[in-house]
Design a binder for this molecule. Structure first.
Ligand code: HGY
Ligand code: MN
Ligand code: MN
Ligand code: MN
Length: 402
């Protein structure tokens, strides 16, 4: 199963994945999901927002246990972020069937669309739409770097963009959602555990900084006569690092666009996208506030115009303690070690974070010894992936079987 998915959307030069929402690679991932569902005799469906579901039992019965994740990636992403959760869900079901488990609740495996937001700039579009955290109007306004809107992209992929919208009835039929995900950090590597349980997702957001100066000739314009927004952008990037260190947070300018984007032209406009995250809201406010203040001071001094737009924001997610503790009880004391499974926070956003506002939600993490993610270097050892599948099977058995 894993080997069939590995080549899908992989870039032959970088070795990274380019599985962007509503592209050919996304369609290939979706076809893979459907084949896995049908090969297991599961009831396959796609919801109004393009999220995929594979059901064991009656999808309308209610109180279902759902597990899954996403299959899309960031530009040149790794093989595990998202797919490990979906592959492990199918493998955990296979394991439960091997055990002869008797299901007393419906079970579903899900693939949520456009979790990374790599194409349209907003993360978790599929789960946000389903949870009513993204309006249809806002979704229809999403546009990719080529100016293609989300509705156009969905239509080109054969999906009905006018059908998208909140799906409360579907979410009301879910009693628990458990997402298994490769850890995007090294906490489990440091504790020596193959599997951990999530406690919380840090508050995080994306801000766009527009620095406007004056386009001019790179060769003939004297330095004193320039209004070069690239300089103010550069000073802001350095300020972001300082503010993050001061606040004990993280801040990244990972994406930039330049107009007119010519080697021999001083830019008229430099757009920089900031991703910032912190363990609590006060620290996040402090770091982003500090970065914006520094940017405005630099812009003022250089005669550059600055606009700052918050493009997306996800408040802190504390996973529901009852479900989290139930997972802890199920997983502690299995096999030889009777040590408690570690509970850890994360700075990474997930569909589980979005759904937690509507459904009791929990997450399992699988050790990533490099701690690297959103990169082809992302890694999880086979033994740990198997440990993740067994842990997920144990959790699903504990939640959905007699
Ligand atoms: O950005 C994130 O944390 C997630 O991977 N979408
Ligand atoms: Mn990711
Ligand atoms: Mn992910
Ligand atoms: Mn994520």
């Amino acid at each position: 199963m894993w080997r069939e998915l590995l080549p899908v959307g992989r870039h032959q030069d970088s070795g990274g994945y380019r599985r962007y929402a509503w592209t050919g690679a996304d369609a290939d991932c979706r076809a893979w999901f459907r084949a896995q569902a049908e090969a297991r005799g599961l009831t396959y469906e796609v919801d109004r927002n393009g999220n995929q579901w594979a059901w064991l039992g009656d999808p309308l019965a209610g109180d279902a246990v759902v597990t899954g994740s996403h299959l899309d990636s960031v530009p040149d992403g790794g093989a595990f972020d998202g797919p490990l959760g979906v592959v492990s869900s199918f493998a955990a079901l296979d394991e439960l069937r091997r055990r002869g488990a008797e299901f007393t609740r419906p079970l579903a495996i899900s693939n949520f669309g456009d979790e990374e937001g790599a194409r349209f700039g907003l993360a978790c579009v599929g789960s946000r739409l389903a949870a009513g955290q993204l309006t249809v109007e806002a979704a229809h306004r999403l546009r990719d770097g080529d100016g293609i809107t989300l509705p156009q992209a969905m239509e080109a992929a054969g999906y009905e963009p006018d059908a998208i919208g909140p799906d409360p009835e579907r979410l009301a039929r879910i009693g628990a959602f458990v997402e298994l995900h490769v850890e995007q950090g090294r906490a489990l590597d440091l504790t020596g555990d193959p599997v951990g349980i999530a406690s919380a997702i840090w508050p995080h957001g994306r801000w766009r900084f527009d620095f406007r100066g004056e386009a001019n000739h790179a060769g003939t314009t004297r330095l004193v006569d320039r209004r070069d927004p690239m300089l103010t952008y550069a000073e802001t990037v350095l300020a972001a690092r300082r503010e993050a260190e001061l606040a004990g947070a993280v801040a990244t300018f990972g994406k930039i666009s330049v107009e007119p984007n010519g080697v021999n032209a001083i830019p008229s406009l430099v757009r920089g996208w900031l991703d910032s995250r912190a363990a609590d809201q006060d620290r996040l406010d402090a770091v982003v506030g500090g970065i914006e203040r520094a940017a405005r001071e630099h812009a003022e001094r250089a005669g550059i115009d600055l606009d700052v737009v918050r493009e997306s924001f996800t408040p802190v997610v504390e996973f529901e303690h009852a479900l989290r503790d139930e997972l802890g009880k199920i997983l502690t004391g299995r096999g030889d070690a009777d040590r408690a499974v570690p509970v850890l926070g994360t700075g990474a956003g997930h569909d589980a974070g979005i759904l937690s506002a509507s459904v009791p939600t929990a997450m399992l993490f699988v050790r990533n010894p490099t701690g690297i993610s959103h990169s082809p270097a992302e890694y999880a050892a086979e033994d740990d992936c198997v440990a993740g599948v067994i842990a997920l099977a144990d959790v699903l058995e504990g939640l959905a079987c007699s």
